[in-house]
Design a protein around this ligand. Sequence first.
Ligand code: ACO
Length: 338
Amino acid sequence: MTDPTALSTPALLPVKIAGTGSYLPERVLTNHDLEATVDTSDEWITSRTGIKERHIAAEGEHTSHLASNAARAALEQAGVDPAEVELIIVATITPDTLTPATACYVQQQLGSLKAIAFDISAACSGFLYALEHAKHCVGAGAFKNAVIVGAEKLSAFVDWNDRNTCVLFGDGAGAAVILPSTNGDGKILSSQLGTDGAQAELLNIPCGGSACPITPENAKEKSAVLAMQGREVFKHAVNAMKQASVEAIEAAGLTPGDIKLLIPHQANLRIIDAIVERLEINRDDVFINLDKYGNTSAAAVAIALDEAHRSGRINRGDKILLVAFGAGLTWASAVIEW
Ligand code: ACO
């Protein structure tokens, strides 16, 4: 018989976010620019999504480059030498290559030669999935530090002739450095993750994987671009993010009134408004930057966290709530005491 005590999980030490960083490629593509290429309007995009513009990576600028730039900024802020990094996790659905992982390229670009590096594929929830992994790895004492990155070059996986999707997405990266918490300098209070693979068809990139390889013969009719049933995804997004938020707040022993700043996934302003209404959180306490960047999937919460931090919206002791939702379906939330 198995000894149950031998299987018990050792208590995790608290961990904190010691630094944040983000990077957006230089080129900006506005709604008006898109009016010239697809049958859409700035009015439609703004009223249905809140998005005004997005950033697009340059030719030769890959997801790993965006990720490394964001990671460097986070490491610099945390005062951690890239050579001392022990763990790199990149959350992305737009990797440089199917293999090796984008995190391996990032390891080389950062010069973090001691680090273990791997990717997580959890779409827009990926950065918070990475946070959960890092919390366990660093909290258990197996790694002294971790760099987690959400990075996407969605422009490479969008059908630029499909107005249903091409107006929604953008490129970018955000990162955070995870360190053990020392007295009074912040910690992750709670986190919740969820997955519903039964809804995988609602949002996917149907081809380009082993289920549907792209070959010279089928290249014209098979598509390695994002396909989404927008209305259905919308409903799931509101319900899942609301529920994940409530659970994380409760698990932290708090009430919505204790949350100083809500940083939600930046997909659609109407989704954010619907969640805020259901959570009874003050609209002024919600960080929104989707107007500038569109939906950058795994990068969105990470970029917003960095902008909120660097612009002074987060101060020592503040309780902040991060929540995300994406393909999978996946969802995730975390309450952090800064
Ligand atoms: N310009 C003009 N008209 C458009 C455009 C456009 N860019 N796109 C769609 N339309 C049209 C449609 O063809 C449709 O026309 P019809 O009524 O004649 O058929 C009409 O506008 C309404 O289309 P809907 O899809 O019903 O529009 P909706 O209000 O649902 O908005 C949207 C669409 C923005 C996609 C919304 O459903 C949404 O945000 N969904 C959730 C997205 C999300 O959260 N994704 C999760 C993460 S993404 C990830 O994991 C990678």
